[in-house]
Design a protein around this ligand. Sequence first.
Ligand SMILES: Nc1ncnc2c1ncn2[C@@H]1O[C@H](COP(=O)(O)OP(=O)(O)OP(=O)(O)O)[C@@H](O)[C@H]1O
Length: 241
Amino acid sequence: MAEPLLQLSGVHTHIGPYHILHGVDFSIPASQLTVLLGRNGAGKTTTLRTIMGLWQASSGMIRFDGRDITKTSTPDIARAGIGYVPESMAIFTDLTVRENIVLAARSGPVEPARLDWMLGLFPALKRFWNLPAGNLSGGQKQMLAIARAIAEPRRLLLIDEPTKGLAPVMVRSMIEAFKALKASGETILLVEQNFYAASALGDNVIVMDDGRIVHSGAMREMVEDKTLQQRLLGLSLDAHQ
Ligand SMILES: Nc1ncnc2c1ncn2[C@@H]1O[C@H](COP(=O)(O)OP(=O)(O)OP(=O)(O)O)[C@@H](O)[C@H]1O
């Protein structure tokens, strides 16, 4: 079997005096979408931040594309090709949609073909191209944050709860955009609490609780196994949108 693109082995993370991750192990295969599920406070965001080097793992190893990145700085992790969209979205609300995207491409102008592809994924951004991003709806802001993350080619995208608080119609648009992203061969690790979106998109699923991985496997297996779902969805996921 091919080596996974990302692999966490026995990762522990402390935030100040608090021990948050307790030996996290999982791997992310290339060109697939892996969903990370778990109730509030399970450690999902901490896992993404630890991969990005925003929190330093206190022990264990994180390998990306065959290279140990456990102690690599965040800018170098980003340069290695990992894009991160935090839950807070990180967009500039006073700048236009265009300016937000221009600023996200650090190594030069966005390739025209890439821009067309991005605006095809998120057509709303084209409509609001010259308007301040603060005017966008919550879902459109989320789409802009994702577009910023893919303004340059990435090897891996880490995306934290993109459907959180969105109306069902916007959740469906987001699912369509993610399906198109998947079809382009992107490798994605998606934190998602909405099981409707998670099951529509995931090739693989990882479930966390209390800073530990309590399940990992194929999403299809979980969708078909009601007993497993009941046990894991009892971790207060949204079973429907
Ligand atoms: N800066 C911090 N200082 C102290 N504890 C923190 C900090 N950030 C997170 N934690 C704690 O770490 C644990 C895991 O939080 P984390 O945000 O990773 O969970 P999560 O699964 O992403 O939950 P949510 O869905 O609510 O975002 C929680 O108990 C949280 O209170």
